[in-house]
Design a protein around this ligand. Structure first.
Ligand SMILES: [Zn+2]
Length: 486
């Protein structure tokens, strides 16, 4: 009897008309009492920082798969992919030896090699490390610990500038062979963070680390007066390619289950903090968004896939791996929406070069228009998990969120749960759920897949091609190793 009864309820659900108040109900639930914050604490306080390739990342993957199952997902799969290079920190110690002795706080820069045990060398101050200054110092850099000054980071543009400087530093390191490079922290009051010095996870030519801002200033002042000698030991685990995992969960569509609307966030993080803003908040948000669909028994026309990627911090390898694994299904991917800027207020979406997405997006936002998330920007984004969808022609969006509280704690020791703006994150969940429902429910697809020629034109028009060259991604796209396959 029980069996028959279940069957009859299930067939009834198939006959129900579209639940037109679904987005409002999803939003109301998201704003109420949910396990969002307790989930986030389990992930960040319980598991902690979780760089891809670490045991903590493995635990986070198991945790997320269990959470999705407990939330009632119709399907949960843990899917492997390949990360090209392993880099994990072991230890980092430094001290000034002369003219004064004092300990120096440092954090190894991802993708830089270890020192050969503890090394001792003279400090050479190379100012802000411009190409001309480094070339002028030339052979004076050989065997030295090169100190590079940085301006304080106050905006996303400053952060972008910090990444764009990598090329010059790595080139100079290769050419002049210093013993190591110490990059001044862009954040005051001793704050340390992980700053990847290559963006394709390839190994840098010499050991590099971030050094506390005020201590870097002190060493600079001492070096201006005379010789400064330091001891430095950086031990990192480096290696070749290895497997990591994405967690993919589904709310299965009632009419077009093979068509997919994907919501994505990355589950991995750097390790000095606990990856709360980057990007635990949005990972927990996606888990709770799926929970909302299941609790309210909302079954959209198409399938909604909730993707928690890893390998993002190493070069978006999880989402790249997803696109590769699901290439035969890409045609059926209607939209990919990615969240990766912490818990600041969501003001709109990056359209990633496709202004034609504005209209269907605004239609999708209509049910939650009270949240004012309509300030979209047409800019193309390279640097989070929408990227491999974009270069495969799939319509894609990235949430635009207030840089506070994200930016100040980005990759830093201070990226912890107490920084998270729970109220705004709940609003983000309300908007994400409503938008996903609308794209999954609307009879027409919001936009079509672009051809490779259209993708190439978009990359030129948005100047993403230049960024891809700087990030070491362009050759992989041109050769077909990454992105568009049909
Ligand atoms: Zn992130």
């Amino acid at each position: 009897m029980l069996h028959l009864r279940l069957v009859s309820i299930a067939s009834l659900a198939l006959l129900l008309p579209a639940q037109t108040d679904a987005p409002q109900n999803l939003a109301a639930r998201a704003l109420g009492a949910t396990p969002l914050l307790s989930d986030l604490s389990e992930l960040c306080d319980g598991i902690g920082g979780r760089p891809t390739g670490s045991p903590a990342c493995e635990r986070a993957v198991e945790w997320a798969a269990r959470k999705f199952r407990e939330a009632g997902a119709d399907r949960v799969s843990v899917e492997t992919f390949t990360v090209p290079n392993l880099w994990l920190p072991i230890s980092a110690e430094a001290s000034a030896l002369s003219p004064e002795k004092f300990p120096v706080r440092i954090a190894a820069a991802p993708f830089s090699p270890s020192t050969d045990g503890a090394i001792e060398a003279l400090v050479v101050d190379a100012g802000e490390g411009g190409a001309e200054v480094l070339a002028k110092l030339g052979d004076a850099l050989k065997g030295a610990i090169v100190l590079i000054h940085s301006r304080e980071m106050k905006s996303f543009d400053d952060l972008f500038g910090e990444y764009m400087r990598n090329g010059v530093l790595v080139d100079a390191a290769r050419k002049y062979r210093p013993a190591a490079m110490l990059l001044q922290s862009t954040r005051p009051r001793g704050l340390l963070y992980r700053h990847p010095v290559t963006l394709d996870s390839s190994l840098a030519p010499v050991p590099m680390a971030i050094v506390g801002r005020e201590q870097a200033e002190r060493m600079g002042r001492l070096a201006a007066k005379g010789k400064v000698r330091m001891r430095l030991s950086l031990q990192n685990r480096t290696g070749g390619s290895y497997e990591s995992k994405n967690v993919i969960a589904e709310v299965r569509g009632r009419e077009k289950p093979d068509e997919v609307v994907l919501l994505g966030a990355h589950l991995d993080s750097w390790d000095l903090g606990t990856g709360a803003e980057d990007n635990g908040a949005n990972s927990a948000m996606l888990i709770d968004a799926l929970r909302g669909f299941k609790e309210l028994k909302i079954v959209p026309r198409r399938t909604i896939r909730f993707a928690l990627f890893t390998g993002e911090e190493q070069g978006m390898w999880g989402s790249a791996g997803y696109v590769k694994r699901h290439r035969s299904e890409m045609e059926k991917h209607v939209m990919a929406v990615v969240f990766d800027t912490g818990s600041g207020r969501l003001s709109g979406f990056y359209l990633n070069g496709r202004d034609e997405l504005r209209k269907p997006l605004n239609a999708a936002l209509a049910a939650v228009s009270g949240f004012n998330a309509g300030e979209h920007l047409v800019d193309g984004i390279d640097g989070t998990d929408n990227f491999d969808f974009a270069i495969s022609g799939i319509p894609n969006l990235v949430g635009i969120q207030d840089p506070a509280p994200y930016l100040a704690d980005y990759h830093a020791e201070s990226d912890t749960v107490d920084r998270v703006n729970t109220r705004e994150e709940k609003v983000t969940e309300a908007i994400a759920s409503a938008v996903a429902w609308s794209f999954a429910e609307s009879p027409e697809r919001p936009a079509w897949r672009q051809s490779r020629a259209e993708v190439e034109k978009l990359l030129m028009d948005t100047k993403l091609d230049q960024q891809m060259k700087a990030f070491g991604q362009w050759d992989d796209f041109k050769s077909g190793k990454r992105g568009y396959v049909k």
